[in-house]
Design a protein around this ligand. Structure first.
Ligand code: AP5
Ligand code: MG
Length: 182
C-alpha cells in the first residue's frame, strides 16, 4: 500500500523479477481494459481520468477474475488493492474463496512533495492521463479520505510493515524484500 507515486508498481515489479511473485495491480488491469476498449474499460475510463476510485463491486469482480488465473502456490503482491473499507471486507471473502491468506501489509512511506515531483515528471515524460497537476491533487486527496482509514485499521491489527520509500529503487527493493520476507 502507499499513496499515488510511492512506488507500489515499481517495487511490485521487483518482487516479480527478483522473487517470482505475481503482481496483481488493479490500476494496471483497468488501464489494460481501457487500452483494449473492453466494456469494462469503457465503464471505468472516466473514473481513472478524474482520479476517483472505481466502484467497489466492479473492482472486486475484476480482482476475482484475475485470482482465478493465478496458481495456488504462487505468492501474490497486491498493488493498489484493497483501497476502501468495502474492498478490505471483500478481500477477506476472496481469500476464503481461494483458500489464501495475507502474509503482511507493506506500506511505502514517501513525503507529499516527492510524490508530486515523481508524478509530475512521469506526466511530462509519459503522458499518463491522470498525471496532470489537477488530477494528481485529486488522487492524493482521495487516498487520504478513502485509503488512509483502511491503513489505520490494518495498523490497529498490527500487520502493517512500514518501508521508507525514499532512496534508490534498489535500496527500497532491499528494504521491502526484508519486510516481505521474500
Ligand atoms: P493506480 O494505477 O494504482 O495508481 P496510483 O495509486 O495513483 O499510483 P501510481 O501507479 O501512480 O504510483 P505507484 O505507487 O504505483 O508508483 P510507481 O511505481 O508507478 O490507480 C490508478 C487509478 O485506477 C485510480 O485513481 C483509480 O481510478 C483506479 N483504481 C486502481 N485501483 C483501484 C481500487 N482498488 N479501487 C478503485 N479504483 C482503483 O512510481 C511512480 C513514479 O515514480 C514512476 O514514474 C516511477 O518511475 C517513479 N519512481 C518509483 N520509485 C522511485 C524512486 N525510488 N525514486 C524516484 N522515482 C521513483
Ligand atoms: Mg502503480
Amino acid at each position: 500500500m502507499g499513496p499515488p507515486g510511492s512506488g507500489k508498481g515499481t517495487q511490485a515489479q521487483r518482487l516479480v523479477k527478483d522473487h517470482g511473485w505475481v503482481q496483481l495491480s488493479t490500476g494496471d488491469l483497468f488501464r489494460d481494459h481501457i487500452k483494449r476498449e473492453t466494456g469494462l474499460g469503457k465503464r471505468v475510463k472516466g473514473y481513472l481520468d478524474r482520479g476517483e476510485y472505481v466502484p467497489d463491486d466492479v473492482t472486486v469482480d475484476m480482482v476475482r477474475e484475475r485470482l482465478r488465473e493465478i496458481s495456488k502456490d504462487t505468492r501474490i503482491v497486491f498493488d493498489g488493492f484493497p483501497r476502501t473499507a468495502a474492498q478490505t471486507e471483500a478481500l477477506d471473502a476472496l481469500l476464503a474463496e481461494f483458500d489464501r491468506r495475507v502474509g503482511g501489509v507493506i506500506l511505502l512511506e514517501v513525503p507529499r512533495d516527492e510524490l508530486l515531483t515523481r508524478l509530475g515528471k512521469r506526466g511530462r515524460e509519459q503522458g499518463r492521463t491522470d498525471d496532470t497537476p489537477e488530477v494528481i491533487g485529486k488522487r492524493l486527496d482521495v487516498y487520504e479520505q478513502q485509503t488512509r482509514p483502511v491503513i489505520d485499521r490494518y495498523h490497529g491489527k498490527g500487520v502493517v510493515r512500514r518501508v521508507d520509500g525514499l532512496g534508490t529503487i534498489d535500496d527500497i527493493a532491499r528494504r521491502l524484500a526484508a519486510a516481505a520476507e521474500a
